[in-house]
Design a protein around this ligand. Structure first.
Ligand code: CDP
Ligand code: CDP
Length: 226
């Protein structure tokens, strides 16, 4: 098989974007980070002075805004209405509000349409929370990546030392656990492992091992890849 789609879901810090990007590069596929799209909406809402509690205004902003994803040197670049928001969508403020915005059914409906369109050509690796279960139910390969919450917090801690020097590992662990809970408990398209997804617990796996395992699954399960 030449081109197929891979859905990668899982909780925060499981390694989804790192691994999805490497798998896409190896296969010559397009990588789509759907979390960046929910972050882009959240950034636009907050920077427009709108409260995340004002659902109707949030939906109106989501409907109007233009989100573009482009491959960049250090991962995916995100443009919102022509503005490069790549760094801003990773702020602690956006991270703290994104799950509330992502729980709004109409926001999900608007972004899901865009995501399905991006994957229509095939040859896409898409990561998120509801890709295998909801956005691309026909994806040829579905992976559910997870790791213990402590290890996921440690990974994030090592990553953001420069920006949030005062944050503790315990704080990060409880932030991550709270976000997972919101993502798992929302009514519309919650974070869930699709019944036909392959579970990979990466708690004690290196990035290289995870990538190799997924490439092997492409060969054995889909009959494609390198
Ligand atoms: O990279 P990290 O794990 O911190 O999160 P992300 O993938 O950037 O996603 C940020 C948030 O967007 C998640 O916590 C979810 O609330 C939401 N999200 C979602 O609801 N559905 C998706 N397909 C992707 C992200
Ligand atoms: O996208 P998601 O939130 O699931 O995770 P990520 O942003 O790709 O990964 C979080 C951090 O964990 C990154 O700094 C990765 O380099 C690191 N990581 C790791 O150390 N070992 C793995 N097996 C996977 C990711």
């Amino acid at each position: 098989m030449d081109k197929f789609n891979i859905a990668i879901d899982g909780p925060a810090g499981a390694g989804k974007s790192t691994i999805a990007r490497l798998v896409a590069n190896t296969l010559g596929f397009v990588y789509v980070d759907t979390g960046a799209m929910y972050r882009a909406v959240t950034w636009k809402v907050l920077s427009s002075g709108i409260s995340p509690d004002h659902t109707a205004d949030v939906i109106a902003v989501t409907d109007r805004m233009d989100i573009r994803l482009a491959p960049g040197e250090n991962g995916q670049q995100v443009f919102v209405d022509g503005h490069d928001a790549t760094a801003e969508i990773r702020s602690a403020e956006v991270t703290g509000n994104v799950s509330q915005i992502a729980a709004i059914a109409d926001v999900r409906r608007i972004l899901t349409v865009k995501q399905k369109r991006l994957a229509a050509v095939k040859g896409v690796v898409m990561d998120g929370r509801d890709i295998g279960s909801h956005v691309l139910p026909d994806a040829e390969l579905k992976i559910f990546l997870t790791a213990s919450v402590r290890v996921r917090a440690e990974r994030r801690y090592n990553e953001i030392q420069d920006q949030r020097a005062s944050v503790t590992l315990e704080q990060l662990e409880s932030e991550i656990a709270a976000r997972d809970r919101m993502d798992e408990q929302r009514k519309t398209a919650p974070l869930v492992q699709a019944p036909d997804a392959v579970l990979l617990d990466t708690t004690s796996m290196t990035i290289h091992e995870v990538v190799e395992r997924i490439l092997e699954l492409c060969r054995t399960e889909v009959g494609g890849g390198k």
